[in-house]
Design a protein around this ligand. Structure first.
Ligand code: COA
Length: 158
């Protein structure tokens, strides 16, 4: 496999984020969430959900042979999203996306970083030294959709 290349997003990456997220959810989440949650996970989302963040170059995209393989998005104090295409997991792409996300999460090089992690991703973040501080649910789901349980993890970087 060719080495992954990493670059900042632009507006046209919104479809990629939507598709990679939907694919990851359908392939990795069924072992951790009910069928009802998995089936409705992307309800109310579209590429537009991700457009502004992509246009603002806030997202890091990993590519292999010019094809998207994963992405991460962080803001100061929080890693917001990190997904790797299932067919490219296990090759270190998640680790490199995490390193880059932490740079964005820690603009001064130190401080608290929080992640609202899916149940399937929480062990990955524990490996990075994050510890569970509570349970939560993803916001903005509305009353008609089943909640998506998450594990809130945090770490203080000196
Ligand atoms: C978790 C995820 C990012 C890992 O990506 P990846 O490219 O396979 O990770 P890497 O190959 O870089 O692995 C880095 C290390 O983490 C470990 N790791 C990877 N996935 C793991 C998991 N689910 N649980 C525990 N450890 C994991 C690897 O074994 C590796 O360890 P090593 O350094 O000792 O070899 C990827 O599986 C994914 O996108 N999952 C869905 C993410 C998700 O739900 N995100 C939403 C919440 S923000």
């Amino acid at each position: 496999m060719s080495a992954a290349l990493y670059r900042r997003s632009n507006a046209s990456d919104a479809e990629t984020l939507f598709e990679l997220t939907a694919k990851s959810v359908s392939e990795l989440s069924p072992a951790f969430y009910s069928a009802e949650v998995v089936e409705t996970w992307m309800a109310g989302r579209s590429p537009e959900t991700y457009r502004d963040d992509c246009a603002n170059e806030a997202v890091t995209i990993a590519e292999i042979n010019d094809k998207p393989a994963g992405f991460s998005h962080a803001v100061p104090g929080e890693v917001v999203r990190l997904f790797v295409d299932v067919k490219y997991t296990g090759f270190g792409i998640g680790a490199e996306l995490m390193r880059r996300a932490l740079r964005d999460a820690l603009p001064t090089g130190s401080g608290l970083v929080k992640i609202d992690a899916t149940l399937n991703a929480a062990p990955f973040y524990r490996k990075w030294g994050f510890t569970e501080v509570g349970r939560s649910v993803f916001p903005n789901r509305g009353p008609k959709l089943p909640v998506i349980d998450t594990i809130v993890v945090e770490q203080i970087f000196d």
